[in-house]
Write a protein that binds this ligand. Sequence first.
Ligand code: S3P
Length: 437
Amino acid sequence: MTSHRFQPSGPLTGRIRVPGDKSISHRSLMFGALAVGRSRISGLLEGEDVLATAAALRAMGAMIGRDGDDWIVDGVGVGGLLQPEQALDMGNSGTSTRLLMGLVASHGITVAFTGDASLSKRPMRRVIDPLSTMGASFTPSPGGRLPLMMKGMQPAVPIEYRLPVASAQVKSAVLLAGLNTPGITTVIEPVPTRDHTERMLRGFGADLTVEEAEGERIIRIHGTADLHPCDITVPGDPSSAAFFAVAASIVPGSNLVIENVGLNPTRDGIFRVLAQMGADIEKLDEREVGGEPVADLRVRHSQLKGIEVDPDVVPSMVDEFPVLFVAAAMAEGTTVTSGLEELRVKESDRLSAMAAALTGAGVPLEELEDGLVIQGSGGAPLRGTASKATETHLDHRIAMSMAVAGLASRDGVEVDSTEPIATSFPNFMTLLDEAAA
Ligand code: S3P
């Protein structure tokens, strides 16, 4: 493990461009692999999680390679995935695992999934349950975890499934299984989650409809589907931009432009909540990239104010709470968050990991079952960590959030390992050096 001390920083200035969206990158490769013919992807995130998806799809027969800065995928067609010769190593990536389990569920192949220590603790029952109803069978490790073996069913049985937990991964797993399932597979979403699967599958030619009824979304996919290849431009990842938006908001004197930020309304909650806290975020050059709304964001330092965060916003910023907690730590007054049970089953238990990390950096807070209550410093630098390094628990977002805390601290913040950052944001440290130079 490589520990790193993130030192107090001067203002963040200039222009940076964040890498491609992780969710869209995974899906670009997967849907390209299921199309008949050649798809071209520009702006793909070359993070470890996405590379795990690429390796798994190659092991199941797709041809995936680079052409200059673009990625090329020659698909096998829906129903054409081959049985891999070895276990698929999913590394740290829950998205790769759950979405690929969905794909495998309706192919007549047997696949073993393995992952790192973090992924092996994460719950897979949430996908095993609906995919079993469709006909797939599973031999998971105790507690419904990885490593696991699964056998797909071809033809699988279409189901109507009401999501018991607000999860785009579970929604996507069922819809992807539905691609190779004759008939109509239906997912009912009581709370909307990120909708990249729906938007992109339509773009690849799937017969997919979305109906809104009494606040719920009813998504139907007609199988079996024929997907045609696509040229895709992946917009920048709002989840990556969030670290810089918070950093520029809390470091005095900052005036930073973050280019090419995806602002899909199912993903942009962090920017809305920061604005409610008084952040100075201006959208420049609003446009569309790859069917998604995109803008450059100019973020200037401002004194944030503590707020009570509406739990309804949680699905649209589920990955951004760790860094929001850092913003709250620098705000004037108290920030109260709730409805965050899902954070406990991410790459780490993000509520307890951030509670411990911020407490270690001198931030007064209370950890509740479903949220944190944070007393802000009113703009005074956080104390930082003296001797004990912050534990990141193999979680990229804990590492990057505490890096941001270090910038706004008196003593700096030592992070026990920066390696996990490469799962989603390989050039984070370089961009940080550039912006804070
Ligand atoms: C993702 C969905 C989210 C998010 C993850 C990526 C996706 O998980 O935390 O980083 O690409 O579908 P859940 O939908 O399980 O909350």
